[in-house]
Design a protein around this ligand. Structure first.
Ligand SMILES: O=C(CO)[C@H](O)[C@H](O)COP(=O)(O)O
Length: 343
């Protein structure tokens, strides 16, 4: 293998490693002592040793190189850096309820022996991560955290927890995630944030899958408190045909989810479109049958109906208690951690 190093003028102490087999990777924080090497001589050396073309942006004359320290060092999620960002104290009853649910679920299900942890998406999940961080650096230093999308990836990195992916860790100890609505059998609607494909993969990969939500999500029949419909991720080119088919199987108002601050549709973390398909109550009463029906349509990537997956769902209540619904039908009500609603 033939390898050459070129110092990046614009990014001090970072080097681009050229590998003549075709790969190029950034290697951080090494070869600082090469700072005096000129770009021209390095380029000449590179030309002798590599057949790879050199991107013009890397060939800026050395004169333009900034002084040491002019650029910040790259951000990294480590357990040794500064303190993680503080999650703002909840300012409403609903936020306090989310935090109560999240903290109670973490206290009961994220135990020291759990080393691979799936982190869901949505506005309740930051409280989950907050509580995990509070368990301390010692317990977290040999844990790896798997995100369900862009938001949870950022959350993990900013909280200085170790980031992994489900292709490295297809077996997860515990995944904790939010939900849009949960019924009496712990079936739920997910995908309000468009992350349900990865969320379902991480739910399925987990030994234990736990839902956390505020009291508004605690329901009997799906579609009651989340009427906007079942989120369905679809391959973009098929969306019109899928909409027609959804109309035919009982969702005449199924529609493409449109972006709020961009012209056009919402595009998922996987580059797909999202359809929201509301169905009448009679159909929603049997979510598993509906899930299999939708999943059979060609072009569907994943359906935001999670059936028979969760072990328990934690709902924070307005009175500071937490309702826990278990997969075997038990319902518990426990006092929430008082500090979850205080500063
Ligand atoms: O499924 C999701 C994202 O795709 C979320 O978990 C769900 O929308 C709940 O979010 P929040 O905690 O903000 O109510």
């Amino acid at each position: 293998m033939l390898v050459a190093h070129v110092r990046l003028n614009r990014i001090p102490h970072w080097h681009l490693r050229y590998d003549v087999r075709g790969a190029s990777t950034f290697v951080a924080g090494v070869h600082k002592h090469h700072r005096s090497t000129t770009t021209h001589s390095t380029t000449a050396a590179l030309r002798k040793t590599s057949t790879m073309p050199i991107p013009p942006a890397l060939l800026t004359p050395d004169l333009l190189a900034p002084a040491d320290g002019a650029y910040p060092q790259p951000r990294r999620g480590t357990l040794t850096g500064q303190s993680p960002p503080k999650v703002p104290t909840p300012t409403s009853v609903v936020e306090a309820a989310k935090r109560l649910a999240a903290w109670t679920a973490v206290d009961r299900h994220i135990l020291p022996e759990h080393k691979v942890i799936g982190i869901g998406s949505g506005s309740t999940v930051p409280y989950v991560v907050e509580r995990i961080v509070a368990q301390g650096k010692e317990v977290n230093k040999d844990r790896v955290f798997i995100p369900t999308g862009f938001q949870s990836k950022e959350l993990i990195v900013k909280s200085q927890l170790l980031l992994g992916d489900v292709d490295q860790y297809p077996e997860i100890d515990v995944t904790i995630d939010g939900a849009d609505e949960v019924d009496h059998d712990l079936n739920c609607i997910k995908g309000g944030g468009g992350c349900h494909l990865r969320e379902k993969v991480l739910a399925e990969a987990a030994d234990t899958f736990i839902l956390v939500a505020d009291y508004r999500k605690n329901s009997t029949v799906l579609g009651t408190t989340f009427p906007q419909g079942i989120p369905i991720e679809v391959v973009p080119f098929a969306y019109t045909k899928i909409l027609q088919n959804l109309h035919l199987i009982g969702s005449p108002n199924a529609s493409l989810r449109m972006a709020k601050s961009k012209a056009g549709p919402v595009v998922s973390d996987n580059g797909n479109f999202i359809i929201d398909a509301p169905f009448p109550e009679e159909i929603m009463k049997d979510p598993y049958t509906l899930l299999t029906r939708i999943k059979m349509l060609t072009g569907i990537v994943e359906v935001g109906l999670f059936c028979h997956m969760a072990k328990a769902a934690y709902f924070g209540n307005q009175d500071g208690s937490v309702t826990i619904k278990w997969h075997d039908g038990r319902i518990e009500k426990v006092a929430g951690n008082e500090s979850a609603v205080e500063d």
